[in-house]
Structure formats: C-alpha cells, structure tokens
Ligand binder design. Structure first.
Ligand SMILES: C[S@@+](CC[C@H](N)C(=O)[O-])C[C@H]1O[C@@H](n2cnc3c(N)ncnc32)[C@H](O)[C@@H]1O
Length: 206
C-alpha cells in the first residue's frame, strides 16, 4: 500500500495532463451515472484521482466525499475544484478501508478505474456495500486485466519491476461480476466500451 501511494504520487502530474483516452465512452459513463444521481444525493468516490469526474457530478448532487491514496492527486483535485468554484466536494487522503466514513450514509459510491488496482477487492466491495444506503448504487468502471491480450499481459510484470506499472488485480469480467454479487450487490447495468473494459452499475437491496 505504501508503494501504491508513492507510485501514484509520482504519477500525479503526468496523469493530470493525460488526455481522456475515449471521450465518447467517458461522456456516456457520465450520462449513465447522472441517471442515478439526484439533487439530494450523498456521493462517495474512492480513487478520485485529480477530481475531474467528481467536479462534473458535483453540481447535480448534495455533496461528494472524494478520497484517494495520493496526496499529490488530491492537491491537483482540490486546486481544480477551487478553480471551478465547486464547494460541495470534501477531499480526503486514504483508502476506502482506512478513512472513517458514515455506514449506510451514501446514495451512490463511485469507483472508477480503481478496482483493478486493489489487492483487497473482496474487502473493498464489502466496505462499499456497508457504506451504501439500502437501494443505493455502486458505479464502477474498470480495465479487465484477465481479458486483455495475452501478450500485453506478459509486459506487465517487467514494467512493475521497473516501477513503471502499479500492482494490478488480474480478474476478468465474470470474476468481477461474481465478486460484486458475492458482496450482496445486484447488477443493474453493464456496458463494455471495449473487450477488456467494463462499466457496471450495481445496486444494494432496499
Ligand atoms: C487510474 S487512477 C484513476 C483516477 C480516477 N478515478 C479516474 O478515473 O481518472 C487510480 C487512482 O486511484 C488511486 N489509488 C490507487 N490505489 C488506491 C487505494 N488503494 N485507495 C484509494 N485510492 C487509490 C490513485 O492514487 C489514483 O489516483
């Protein structure tokens, strides 16, 4: 975990400058997410990065708690929120398990481009379930390392040894769905913008 923090701190400035890979897919994910948000929604985003998505959703909800392991990511996120005049996001440093959060306190939890980076996916999903209000939704988007081209997968370990890639969890789509349902969430919406990525909205029972 210490390594992850250092890795993402070192990557923050570069990450902030990186263009969105697929603008159309990003816009569609935002639009689908907003179908589940209300002006009185309390939202939690973990692994919020430089805050771009939270800043877009903020005007449509009551408030957002946005957490990230990296101080450097959060520094950029806080600056961007200030520049955008957004005042209803509270940024906190830490992991989902490490930050004190109100149980059953959130209408929506967002985990975007983060699930494949977690060593403790089951524990994270159990925590998501405990933080959602009954009937609340978990919106996630992730790379499916288990479903990417075999040759690309071979490149990951040497990149990790050289410090150019973080830890990655190697689940494929079905394994992820099994873990979500195993955590007590039912799959409400599923969309694959590409073979090795998936966007899922899963709901906690009312
Ligand atoms: C690939 S970036 C995604 C950022 C943002 N969600 C997005 O979609 O652009 C992953 C982010 O998760 C953060 N992160 C990595 N491991 C984490 C963990 N265990 N807990 C919280 N944040 C973590 C990193 O610091 C980084 O900001």
């Amino acid at each position: 975990m210490k390594n992850a923090r250092a890795f993402w701190d070192n990557s923050a400035a570069r990450y902030a400058k990186r263009p969105i890979r697929d603008e159309d897919a990003y816009r569609r994910k935002l639009a689908i997410t907003q179908e589940y948000l209300r002006p009185d929604s309390r939202v939690l985003e973990f692994g919020c990065g430089t805050g771009s998505t939270a800043i877009i959703h903020a005007p449509h909800v009551k408030n957002i708690v946005a957490i990230d392991i990296s101080d450097q990511m959060l520094e950029i996120a806080e600056r961007k929120a200030r520049d955008a005049g957004v005042e209803n996001i509270t940024f906190k440093q830490g992991t989902l398990g490490g930050v004190e959060l109100e149980k059953a306190g959130f209408d929506a939890v967002l985990g975007l481009n983060i699930l494949h980076l977690l060593e403790d996916l089951e524990a994270t999903l159990a925590r998501v379930h405990s933080l959602l209000k009954p009937g609340g939704v978990f919106v996630s988007s992730t790379v499916l390392i288990g479903d990417i081209n075999f040759l690309l997968r071979l490149v990951i370990p040497p990149m990790q040894v050289l410090g150019f890639a973080p830890y990655v969890n190697r689940f494929g789509k079905q394994a992820l769905i099994d873990k979500l349902t195993g955590a007590g969430l039912s799959i409400e919406r599923e969309w694959q913008p590409g073979k090795a990525t998936v966007f899922i909205v899963a709901r906690k029972g009312a």
